[in-house]
Design a protein around this ligand. Structure first.
Ligand SMILES: Cc1ncc(COP(=O)(O)OP(=O)(O)O)c(N)n1
Ligand SMILES: Cc1nc(C(=O)O)sc1CCOP(=O)(O)O
Ligand SMILES: [Mg+2]
Length: 201
């Protein structure tokens, strides 16, 4: 799996927007909707999985283990207060992709060995997309965590194309973005710009 351009969806995302991001070059998709009913999220995750699987693009579900299981998603992303990673791993099985948010060096130090496949590290900067975000790490704080990470780490929170060279060179496996794609006038072109910038960095 490649996390180079990891599209994290805004609430209420359309299937069309997700597919535009993937046409542009998004390599992974996280269905994140903080307000949808479980049933609606399961239905959308099933549709997206059917569209994305033939393209080799994994679908990760944010927060909701039951949705990930019901939709046979490729994986689940959890935060520090979303449950025990070891319990999630046991429920998902060994093949599923499990991601965990890391906001501090102390959280990284407490990571149970072997529990998760990747880390989402952030926020790099303050972002209106997640009003309850932790204190921004800045590039230096991010680099300290990324360099110590035992599994691939993606940068999240207020990041965009201009950050890519620095993030790639510090060792990030990719960038996870909402607004850099979803709020762009042309989401497909924005995803293409992120993917090409990553390739050339
Ligand atoms: C790739 C990635 N990294 C971090 C997060 C944030 O997860 P969390 O801290 O659980 O916050 P919410 O997204 O649930 O608001 C993420 N979703 N994806
Ligand atoms: C979903 C999410 N998690 C974050 C974290 O720091 O864990 S920041 C964030 C929102 C990222 O959106 P944008 O790319 O628009 O800044
Ligand atoms: Mg969460």
């Amino acid at each position: 799996m490649s996390f180079r351009v990891y599209f994290v969806t805004p609430d209420g995302v359309s299937d069309e927007l997700v597919m535009a991001a993937v046409r542009g070059g998004a390599t992974a998709v996280q269905l994140r909707d903080k307000h949808a009913e479980d049933a609606a999220m399961i239905a959308q995750a099933r549709r997206l999985r059917a569209l994305l699987a033939p393209l080799g693009v994994p679908l990760i579900v944010n927060d909701r283990l039951a949705v990930a299981l019901a939709a046979r998603a490729d994986g689940l992303h959890i935060g520090q207060s979303d449950g025990d990673p070891l319990r999630m791993r046991a429920a998902l099985g060994p093949v599923a992709i499990l991601g965990l948010s890391i906001e501090t060096g102390a959280q990284l130090a407490a990571l149970p060995p072997g529990a998760v496949d990747y880390l989402g590290v952030g926020p790099v900067r303050a972002t209106a997309t997640k009003p309850d975000h932790a204190a921004p790490l800045g590039m230096d704080g991010l680099a300290r965590i990324v360099r110590a990470a035992p599994v691939p780490a993606v940068a999240i929170g207020g990041v965009g194309a201009p950050d890519i060279p620095a993030l790639k060179h510090m060792g990030c496996a990719g960038i996870a973005v909402v607004s850099a794609i979803a709020s762009a006038p042309d989401p497909e072109a924005a995803a293409r710009d992120l993917a090409q910038t990553w390739s050339h960095a």
